[in-house]
Design a protein around this ligand. Structure first.
Ligand code: C2E
Ligand code: CA
Ligand code: CA
Ligand code: CA
Length: 278
């Protein structure tokens, strides 16, 4: 059964995929989704809080299923991880984001693009090398690419992930700790991570105007990040009230529906050009 979940994604009940036959069909569909041209990236602007101008964009995966419609990335990425095809999907994202970076650079739109990395990608060897190759192939500087890694994954203290972090740092891409505040970071470990950015989880931003404790957490995270020399991004900014609180706290970058929803690359180019002062 399919209905609209309110966010434009198809909803699957009782749980994604339903029975075994449907699961298998979906798995098969996902395996072929890239070659069938059903997978794309949408981009959501990141706004420099001080200047009120776009300074980057986050690439977010979209799957337009021929009969089910848009499937939420939270759903199909979990499926891809379960089916062992997340690395293929992740590699496609790397190639496509680098291609888009090069194209935007040509049109004079110079901004950093962020991609999301799954824990499975970090555990697989050769990730940094593939990213470096994709950047070189497109003639894009590594500092233009930002890798978002969720806090729980970033804190995973295994040899494989640690080696990957080290390699990513060495090739010169930027690292961001995503969904910050939802995991249990050791502050000492956070200090050692080669990240340049902390991204405060949307749940804290949502409660900023109504809950004093959320406000206290965000204020503390901004101070902590700045003390460690990291930039802070707030995700899920939806209201002017939230924005004003974040500006008063000196949050560096803002991202959310208040500014723009994720959109196709061509739309983002027009959006960014319309934003420029003349
Ligand atoms: P995320 O990395 O935390 O991405 C932010 C999500 O919040 C996106 O959902 C975005 O559309 C949504 N969002 C942005 N601003 C607002 C707002 O103001 N209000 C609300 N309510 N939501 C907002 P989306 O695109 O559905 O992606 C969901 C998750 O799927 C992402 O969470 C990320 O964990 C995962 N994902 C998306 N693309 C990729 C990818 O290429 N690779 C991997 N590994 N994961 C991805
Ligand atoms: Ca993200
Ligand atoms: Ca996030
Ligand atoms: Ca998230």
């Amino acid at each position: 059964a399919k209905r609209n979940g309110g966010n434009g994604y198809a909803v699957f009940e009782p749980h994604m995929g339903g029975d075994a036959a449907e699961q298998l069909e979906l798995q098969n569909d996902l395996r072929h989704a890239i070659q069938r041209g059903q997978i794309s990236l949408h981009y959501q602007p990141k706004i420099d809080a001080e200047l009120g101008q776009i300074i980057g964009a986050e690439a977010l995966l979209r799957w337009n299923h021929p009969t089910r419609g848009m499937v939420s990335p939270e759903v199909f990425i979990a499926l891809a991880e379960r089916f062992g095809i997340i690395n293929a999907l992740g590699n496609w994202v790397i190639q496509e984001a680098c291609r888009q970076l090069a194209q935007w650079k040509q049109t004079g739109l110079n901004m950093r693009v962020a991609i999301n990395l799954s824990v499975h990608q970090l555990r697989e060897s050769g990730l940094a090398e593939r990213i470096a190759q994709a950047l070189e192939h497109q003639g894009v500087d590594a500092s233009m690419l930002l890798c978002e890694i969720t806090e729980s994954v970033a804190m995973e203290d295994t040899q494989a992930t640690q080696r990957t972090f080290e390699e990513l740092r060495r090739i010169g891409v930027y690292l961001s700790i995503d969904d910050f505040g939802t995991g249990y970071s050791s502050l000492n470990y956070l200090r050692q991570l080669p990240a340049q950015q902390l991204k405060i989880d949307r749940s804290f931003i949502r409660d900023l105007e109504t809950q004093g404790d959320a406000r206290a957490v965000v204020d503390a995270v901004v101070r902590l990040a700045h003390a460690l020399g990291l930039r802070v991004v707030a995700e899920g900014v939806e209201t002017a009230g939230q924005r004003d609180i974040l500006l008063a706290m000196h949050c560096d970058e803002l991202q959310g529906y208040l500014y723009a929803k994720p959109m196709p690359a061509e739309t983002l180019l027009a959006w960014a050009q319309g934003q420029k002062p003349d």
